[in-house]
Design a protein around this ligand. Structure first.
Ligand code: NAD
Ligand code: UFG
Length: 339
């Protein structure tokens, strides 16, 4: 009997790719999503990739009564919790909204799990909990000093889940700190489609390549990095998805809490990404160097050693593959799931 895994936020970017990895690993993903930042048509695409669409429940993780029913009715073996808001700028403008969704939502979910006796929880944290690090690669033991409400919401949940596991040692918790997820499934059937003007680099580059935007504004060309542009640890979303399966398997094998970075351990600059995307797409990416973006950190990348040692996971897909897969998705779906 395949085990049912509740995937909150499973219609979103990382969640949908994780549904593919879960199905490939023999699990039954059950998606719970309020569709606040996603499109239900992703489910048909998942059916085309995996042979069957995951079961979908439209609902909100803050709805305790709905969660209680769900846990009572389904044989849920564990939860991967992606549901949350992720735009740093919005979190500065609406901190309470962010704490309500990300922190309160996680508390309602954990309480419902506690009541139902479900003890396996994999949580989407972020490298943003490190803030501006002293040095890179960043180990998990680095100081935690998030610089905005979004990052603080992730750290609060990490800390609360740590307390929960200390209070009840039967919990099996994975806190996964993602670096910069990009790319798409290699079929080009699912991917990331931000609403409105993209904040993040890769979706913006994709939209320039496909002609939706004129040119990329590179946010700063005078950073103390090899080419002056910001450096990040871009990680392919399918590598990330497989990292969740590895974390789930680890949680199944033993109680406890693990906190791991999910990144490649390699830094790439904005111009490295532009060049890789030009190679992958055969298109020229027009850009200009603009001012620095307030709040940006010059450079950081993760130390992936602990993920390898504890989960047996490491990222295998290159920056060229990330760009090629992003491009395939963008070309085939210039308006996202609208076609
Ligand atoms: P996403 O917005 O594509 O996916 C999140 C999904 O959760 C969406 O489908 C949204 O509709 C749903 N959702 C939001 N609030 C909900 C709620 N209260 N109840 C039910 N569903 C809800 O974002 P993503 O990039 O896939 O990110 C997934 C998780 O990973 C988030 O928690 C995010 O903070 C975290 N994360 C993302 C990044 C990144 O750069 N993409 C980096 C680090 C961490
Ligand atoms: N950049 C540009 N032009 C753009 C967009 C981005 O030059 O139009 C640059 C940024 O200045 C930065 C790099 O590209 O140097 C990456 O920027 P992103 O906005 O793609 O990603 P960030 O590193 O700023 O942040 C992302 C997520 C956060 C998450 C963090 C985790 O947006 O939510 O990764 O490491 F917390």
């Amino acid at each position: 009997m395949p085990k049912t895994i509740l995937v909150t936020g499973g219609a979103g970017f990382i969640g949908s790719h994780t549904c593919v990895a879960l199905a490939a690993a023999g699990y039954l993903p059950l998606v719970l999503d309020n569709l606040g930042n996603s499109d239900r048509r992703v489910l048909d695409r998942l059916a085309r990739i995996s042979g069957v669409a995951p079961e979908f429940i439209e609902g909100d993780v803050r709805d305790r009564a709905m969660l209680d029913r769900l846990f009572a009715e389904r044989p849920i073996a564990g939860v991967i919790h992606f549901a949350g808001l992720k735009a740093v700028g919005d979190s500065v403008a609406d901190p309470i909204g962010y704490y309500d969704n990300n922190v309160h939502g996680s508390f309602v979910l954990a309480a419902a799990m506690q009541a139902a006796g479900v003890r396996i929880l994999i949580f989407s944290s972020s490298a943003t909990v490190y803030g501006d690090p002293d040095s890179s690669p960043i180990p998990e033991s680095a100081p935690l000093r998030p610089a905005n409400p979004y990052g603080r919401s992730k750290l609060m949940v990490e800390q609360a889940l740590g307390d929960l596991q200390r209070a009840d040692a039967s919990w099996r918790i994975g806190l996964l700190r993602y670096f910069n997820p990009v790319g798409a499934h290699e079929t080009g059937l699912i991917g990331e489609h931000p609403q409105g003007r993209p904040n993040n680099l890769m979706p913006f580059v994709c939209q320039v390549a496909v002609g939706l935007r004129d040119q990329l504004a590179v946010h700063g060309g005078d950073y103390p990095t090899p080419d002056g542009t910001g450096v990040r640890d871009y990680v392919h979303v399918m590598d990330l998805a497989e990292g969740h399966v590895a974390a789930l398997r680890h949680a199944e094998s033993q109680p406890g809490l693990v906190t791991v970075n999910l990144g490649t351990g390699l830094g790439a600059s904005v111009l490295d990404v532009v060049k890789a995307f030009e190679r992958a797409s055969g298109r020229k990416i027009a850009y200009h160097i603009g001012p620095r973006r307030p709040g940006d950190v010059p450079a950081y990348w993760g130390d992936p050693t602990l993920a390898q040692d504890t989960l047996g996971w490491r990222a295998t897909r290159s920056l060229d593959a990330m760009c090629a897969d992003s491009w395939r998705w963008q070309q085939g779906n210039p308006r996202g799931y609208e076609g």
